[in-house]
Design a protein around this ligand. Structure first.
Ligand code: GDP
Length: 459
């Protein structure tokens, strides 16, 4: 195991990057642009498409960033971008002792500014102490912006006319002002001094690609610093990871998509996975990666691999995974005592566990991390929780909620989850109210309004 004093630079693994921000602010477009630039710059096959993630190697980042990133200055193999579609709560995913993502990009539309999901993302970043950079996106939409104007690299908007710069400055200062209100001190582009406290804001356009080289450069600089100073990683030991999603896969039954952030995982390895009830002990049947698009014919979207090393996204096929939970830990047992590993998984699950009361509302969320974030928000709002679980709203949740005596607690709050249709019917007959939302504080607000309504009616 390496530590910060005796770090062997070659053992630094690929940093894991999460991209987050309000809906429509350009997360998907930015990831597509980075991927697209990488494909243009690289040889075919230079980019490895993972399950739920894309790895962009250092030499490709260096070609995109031009003179800004000299590969000789970096010990990092590249960047792994988590890109699970629709998984906008993945930033709440946990790894041992912190967030799964090593660093994050917070995308903010320069025209739209801070919106509910931006604030929520900031909250999550603050709580998990994840270092991040703001990508002030859509600079091409600033009135008068000229995409054809010569914009030297590292100088994204300096060469634009005074009027355009002023308009962009206003947007950026608004973003910076908002960051300061949130307790972060933001510093303008490039002057990222103290990475935990000051936040860099990089103007970009996910559409034209302007500023993307600069963004990647800042990411590399910060990752290198962070990984060297903060991370203890063991890239060759038994694998450690987090479940992104639990999915039924034709021919394989229930599988788990995981991000491996430490060590390696191999076919036939015994693994321990966090489950709804007890930890699941099982054996890896197959490790599956997406096939390159050109090769996709009919039989399978995946190809088998014997082994993967951190950091990587991979689909694990193994028996008994039906009970696995998104956000739960995954550990390889290789060369270790099974009981010790089970104990570690239990301890990690316990550290994310939600305190429940005798009476309260039922909470459902899509991952363990988002369940934890929901519980924190409800604790702040002084709303007790009787039961908190990962998964869609199911009939048994209605049974629990319907037994509450207080109508304010005959409620289910679902974050990023669906309501199963039999649950919907049951809720109607049992007089249980279900609220679902994709923004935690909106969900809490909806519930508050509901409670106010009941209280007013009672007066
Ligand atoms: P997400 O919901 O955050 O993933 O946002 P998307 O990437 O889906 O983008 C939302 C919309 O904004 C889409 O119509 C994009 O084409 C558009 N968009 C994203 N980035 C830019 C940009 O830099 N410039 C412009 N003009 N449009 C953009």
């Amino acid at each position: 195991m390496s530590n910060t004093d005796t770090h062997d630079p070659t053992s630094l693994r690929t940093p894991i990057v999460a991209v987050l921000g309000h809906v429509d602010h350009g997360k998907t477009s930015l990831l597509d642009k980075i991927r697209g630039s990488a494909v243009i710059e690289g040889e075919a096959g230079a980019i490895t498409q993972h399950i739920g993630a894309t790895a962009v190697p250092l030499d490709i980042i260096s070609s995109i960033a031009g003179d800004l990133v000299d590969p000789d200055d970096f010990d990092l193999p590249g960047l792994l971008f988590i890109d699970t579609p629709g998984h906008h709560s993945f930033t709440t995913l946990r790894s041992r002792g912190g967030a799964l993502a090593d660093i994050a990009i917070l995308v903010v539309d320069v025209n739209d500014g801070f919106q509910p999901q931006t604030l929520e993302a900031l909250d999550i970043l603050k709580r998990s102490q994840t270092p991040f950079i703001v990508a002030a996106n859509k600079i091409d939409t600033v009135p008068g912006w000229d995409p054809n104007e010569d914009t030297p690299i590292n100088d994204t908007y300096e060469s634009q006319s005074e009027r355009v710069r002023q308009r962009l400055d206003e947007s950026l200062y608004e973003i910076i002002g908002n960051l300061s209100d949130e307790g972060f001190s933001a510093d303008l582009y490039w002057r990222v001094q103290n990475f935990q406290r000051n936040v860099g804001v990089v103007p970009v356009s996910a559409m034209t690609g302007e500023g993307v080289p600069d963004l990647l450069t800042v990411m590399m600089g910060l990752s290198q610093r962070y990984m060297k100073e903060e991370m203890e990683i063991d890239v060759s030991g038994p694998g450690v990871g987090t479940v992104l999603e639990v999915k039924e896969e034709k021919g394989f039954g229930k599988t788990v998509d995981i991000v491996l952030y430490d060590g390696t995982i191999k076919e036939d390895d015994t693994i321990v996975v966090g489950g709804q009830n007890d930890p699941i002990v099982t054996e890896v049947r197959a490790l599956l990666q997406p096939r390159p698009l050109a090769e996709i014919r009919t039989e399978s979207r995946f190809e088998n691999v014997d082994e993967v090393g951190a950091a990587a996204g991979i689909k694990v096929a193994a028996p008994e995974l039906g009970d696995a939970m998104a956000g739960a830990p995954v550990r390889v047992v290789r060369d270790r005592d099974l009981d010790d590993v089970i104990e570690e998984v239990q301890a990690e699950l316990a550290s994310i566990a939600v305190d429940t009361a005798e009476e309260g509302v039922v909470v459902k969320a899509d991952t363990l991390g988002s369940l934890e974030a929901m519980a924190d928000a409800l604790d702040e709002a002084e709303v007790p929780i009787v039961r908190a679980e990962v998964g869609d709203v199911a009939p048994r949740d209605i049974s629990v909620a319907s037994t509450a005596e207080d109508p304010k607690q005959q409620v289910i709050l679902g974050f990023n989850v669906d309501v199963l249709s039999d649950a919907e019917h049951r809720a109607e007959t049992d007089d249980v109210r279900i609220f679902t939302d994709e923004v935690i504080y909106q969900l809490v607000e909806e519930y508050d309004e509901y409670v106010e309504g009941i209280e007013q009616a009672q007066q």
